[in-house]
Design a protein. Structure first.
Ligand code: HEC
Length: 135
């Protein structure tokens, strides 16, 4: 019994170590990933919108409010319902923007012009950490 529980404890420790590594987002990696994955549609320059809105100062900002960008109604609605971007929200958002907007607005027909989805969680975390530095 002692042996089994110490194995279980060992496994638990290994899991904790693995998950704390996954949580340690790296802004430098995030910048590289951003340049690969996001610059086709976004800049981090203030006021410079492309296909997507400028992401300058996005962490801490209300959704759907980059100046001069024409958002889908769902983004404006999400903002008026209180969606302020934090790292914790950008991470799930990037996995599936439309699904995220459906949940935030409570509307199963929510729209997103951002059709891009990013799977790897560590990359999403790194990018979110990088975006927090752009202000
Ligand atoms: C193919 C183009 C495209 C790519 C690639 C893309 N996006 Fe977007 N993004 C958009 C568009 C378009 C919108 C606005 C969506 C709308 O209004 O429906 C948007 C919106 C956003 C928003 C919400 C902005 C706000 O002001 O509320 C965030 C955050 C965001 N994108 C982050 C990213 C990140 C980070 C990446 C890279 C991992 C990325 N996007 C890749 C096109 C793109």
């Amino acid at each position: 019994m002692f042996k089994a529980s110490s194995i279980a404890l060992g496994a638990l420790c290994a899991m904790l170590v693995a998950s704390s590594q996954a949580v340690a987002a790296d802004a430098a990696n995030g910048e590289a990933a951003f340049k690969k994955r996001c610059v086709a549609c976004h800049t981090v320059e203030k006021g410079k919108n492309k296909v997507g809105p400028s992401l300058f100062g996005i962490v801490g900002k209300k959704a759907g409010t980059a100046e001069g960008f024409k958002y889908s109604a769902s983004y404006v609605e999400a903002g008026s319902k209180g969606l302020n971007w934090t790292e914790d929200k950008i991470v799930p958002y990037l996995q599936d923007p439309k699904d995220f907007m459906e949940k935030v607005t409570g509307n199963p027909k929510a729209k997103s012009k951002m059709v891009f989805k990013l799977k790897p969680e560590n990359e999403r975390q790194d990018i979110a950490a990088y975006l927090a530095t752009v202000k």
